[in-house]
Design a binder for this molecule. Sequence first.
Ligand SMILES: NC(=O)c1ccc[n+]([C@@H]2O[C@H](COP(=O)([O-])OP(=O)(O)OC[C@H]3O[C@@H](n4cnc5c(N)ncnc54)[C@H](O)[C@@H]3O)[C@@H](O)[C@H]2O)c1
Ligand SMILES: [Zn+2]
Length: 355
Amino acid sequence: MTLPVGTDYDIRIEPIGATHFDWLRKRDYAGWVVLVDDHTRADCLPLIEAELAGTPTVIIEVPAGERFKHLDTCRFIWEEMFRGGVGRRWCCLNLGGGVIGDMGGFAASTYKRGIDFVQLPTTLLSQVDASVGGKLGIDFYDVKNSIGLFKDPIAVWVDTRFLATLPARELRSGYAEVIKHSLIADRQQWDEIREWTDLSAVNWTDIIPHSVRIKRDIVLEDPFEHGKRKALNFGHTIGHAVESYFLNRENRLLHGEGVAVGMITESWLSADRGTLAEEDLARITDYCLRVYGHQPIPRDCFDELIQLMRQDKKNERGEINFTFLARPGEAVVNQTATADQITRSLEYYNALGTS
Ligand SMILES: NC(=O)c1ccc[n+]([C@@H]2O[C@H](COP(=O)([O-])OP(=O)(O)OC[C@H]3O[C@@H](n4cnc5c(N)ncnc54)[C@H](O)[C@@H]3O)[C@@H](O)[C@H]2O)c1
Ligand SMILES: [Zn+2]
């Protein structure tokens, strides 16, 4: 299946094979850079390796993980490109999760004033979220994605076969974005997915195009996040803070696990506002708990969490910016909540662990 992103480029969702590389060859690049991390080199590269034959190819491997999404790794990528004789008429293929996509896109877009790149997302999170929307970048001064740019790839190739080797916890983390997409834009999909708890039984070939389409439609309408695109932040104001809080602790949370806490607490705030019906809050809470379990949040860290929310770059006029739900399938952007309301939403969440 092909989903065009305006007239700019296509997202192809199907097994990657000869037709993809024939299309690339027609663009007449002098060579290809393939950026991988140590996991995607072992698990994902073999699926496409045969197609690379016949074109000069430089494979660059970086260590896996968010902690390598920084300038030193970019320097290494640029050095390897220089050493490999990569010129401006080359194309970079980013084969990996959101870290490789964001950092590889950034490194490619700045190398010799920019070379083309293709996103080949290999995690569920990057297939339904990170590879769509043109946001590229790296972490700097411990602030996530603080250096970067908006730039579109020449193509996104999504192949669900890559998910076969993805650790179950990573798959579940990426699934939070699928839940989020349904809750902000597609009630029917929400009604369908809330029956699923065994993610190993999900047919990703159906669900991924659906989820990608929601994100594509939103970013096409508002590419630079002035309004509508903020809907994608549902669950992320509190979710990011919780993720950051647990980052350097023993019980570290993956992104989607933090977002699950965020979706519950921000649904509570939506209900407290009187927009979301109590029974929908109960359904969202129940489903997120069934998929993600419960992670108690120490009472004495609430102030620190609220402090983290205040630092969010999406805030305006000193107020913490939220996206709430009007109902499943419909988001309301540019909302705010007081520290007291946020505290009560976290208390609601904590109480779920004892019930
Ligand atoms: N650009 C955007 O719009 C956007 C949106 C959301 C998230 N992000 C970014 O995405 C990043 C997170 O992405 P992620 O969750 O994909 O993390 P990731 O890239 O770190 O991948 C997670 C882990 O899975 C491994 N892996 C990847 N694919 C695999 C496969 N098929 N088989 C086995 N192992 C595999 C990786 O090596 C890594 O260890 C963050 O840096 C975040 O900021 C960007
Ligand atoms: Zn997210």
